[in-house]
Design a protein around this ligand. Structure first.
Ligand code: ADP
Length: 401
């Protein structure tokens, strides 16, 4: 079966077509600047790349263009839309309603809509993607895969905030966690790769990309994660500040005559590596600047490394030890120097990095590999993440039932 994976943003729509026989990616691409001047579709089929520039007024038109491209004689990979057996949608926030992926129906859409206050930027866009596909492919099953679902196994002591409990009970104020599909994929894949069952393992996953989060997984189930009610909590990220005293919001708002919304916008979009370094949100630029002596870039790098170390330490404490520490996503997979800096002070935990193995698995050469020494009690690994394949597998499983 061929499955279409859709990740709809407010002005973009990313897609992949995966042939589940052999789990091959046949084509992928992104529609950018939907309803903004300069709309375009970037499409990749094998090694060939195509660009189509034309006005695209909404997600329905974007989906129509994607399907036309997929059926095109030169760019296409299918002869008819009927070849698409199902569509798997990435959905940001499933609140407490969804602890696993589901077939979309009216009740599921209503529940996703109910979660809009928790994911105000993403959930409306995700719904637009779902509704566009329903309109353009009315008989094809649609499946929702939630970023929050994997973290639903966290115990209350890990997900509750210390504000009066009524805010949890009445409005759902709690830690939800994100990147769940990545954490689920990596936590499962690392055990397959090591040839061990998930039962009996304590694993820390470091998903380090533009957005970053860590999770602690016992027996393959999440017991804690660093992102919270929104993806702002936790580590210092590309443009997000990560955890800080909530009083900072009020303090800056009062001093700068800003509204809380404006402060939060600044914390989401102008902070993190970008805000500290003043140069870039991209870790490659931060490294280059820091290596050339830029003190602010050096500080940003130190803050990120220190933050990861503190989470690893606290998750080892939370799980009563750790068996595997796994790095994934753009920075985790490629930035060997950062992994070396992070792992520099964990020998007391029994985690020893092998510098040669670590350096061999970096800079675009990331593969699944163990990067700890043979005698390291805690195994350190790189496992490239693959959220799309996880969405495709869930989709296949649900439509095959
Ligand atoms: P997103 O969260 O948007 O999916 P990614 O997982 O692609 O982000 O991570 C982006 C980060 O990964 C950037 O900070 C970038 O510096 C880093 N990165 C991506 N590719 C490489 C590479 N080949 N070498 C070093 N760093 C990389």
């Amino acid at each position: 079966m061929k499955i279409l994976i859709v990740n709809a943003g407010s002005s973009s729509l990313k897609y992949q077509v995966i042939d589940m026989e052999g789990e091959q990616v046949l084509a992928k691409g992104v529609v950018e600047r939907i309803n903004i001047e300069g709309s375009q579709l970037k499409h990749t089929m094998g090694k060939e790349k195509f660009e189509i520039k034309q006005p695209i007024k909404d997600h329905v038109e974007a989906t129509q263009l994607v399907l036309a491209t997929l059926q095109d004689e030169t760019m296409g990979v299918i002869k008819s839309v009927d070849e698409i057996g199902a569509v798997g949608h990435r959905v940001l926030h499933g609140g407490t309603e969804f602890s696993e992926s589901v077939i979309i129906n009216d009740a599921v859409k209503a529940a996703i809509r109910k979660c809009i206050p928790l994911g105000p930027l993403h959930n409306p866009a995700n719904l637009m993607g779902i509704e566009a596909c329903e309109k353009v492919m009315p008989t094809t099953p649609q499946i929702a895969v939630f970023d929050t679902a994997f973290h639903q196994t966290m115990p209350a002591k890990a997900y509750m905030y210390g504000v009066p409990k009524k805010y949890h009970d009445e409005m759902g104020v709690r830690r939800y966690g994100f990147h769940g599909t990545s954490h689920r994929y990596v936590s499962k894949r690392v055990c397959e790769f090591m040839g061990i069952p998930q039962e009996g393992t304590r694993v820390i996953i470091c998903h380090l990309g533009n957005g970053s989060s860590l999770s602690a997984c016992v027996d393959g189930k999440c017991v804690d994660t660093s992102m919270g009610l929104t993806p702002l909590e936790g580590l210092l990220m590309g443009t997000r500040c990560g955890s800080c005293d909530p009083a900072v919001v009020q303090f800056i708002a009062n001093n700068e005559k800003m509204t809380p919304d404006q402060v939060l916008d600044m914390m989401n979009k102008k902070s993190g590596l970008l805000g500290i370094s003043g140069t870039s949100s991209d870790m490659r630029d931060i490294d280059a600047a820091a290596d050339e002596g830029n003190e602010n870039a050096e500080l940003a790098r130190q803050m990120l490394v220190y933050g990861i170390q503190k989470y690893i330490g606290s998750y080892a404490a939370a799980m009563g030890g750790v068996d595997m520490i796994v790095f994934t996503a753009g920075i985790g997979e490629n930035n060997g120097k950062l992994r070396e800096r992070v792992m520099a002070n964990f020998e007391y935990l029994g985690a020893k990095l092998d510098p040669a193995k670590n350096a061999a698995c970096a800079d675009g050469k990331a593969t699944e590999c163990v990067i700890s020494t043979d005698d390291s009690k805690v195994k350190i690994l790189v496992i490239p993440t693959n959220e799309e394949i996880m969405i495709a597998r869930d989709t296949l499983e649900l439509v095959s039932k």
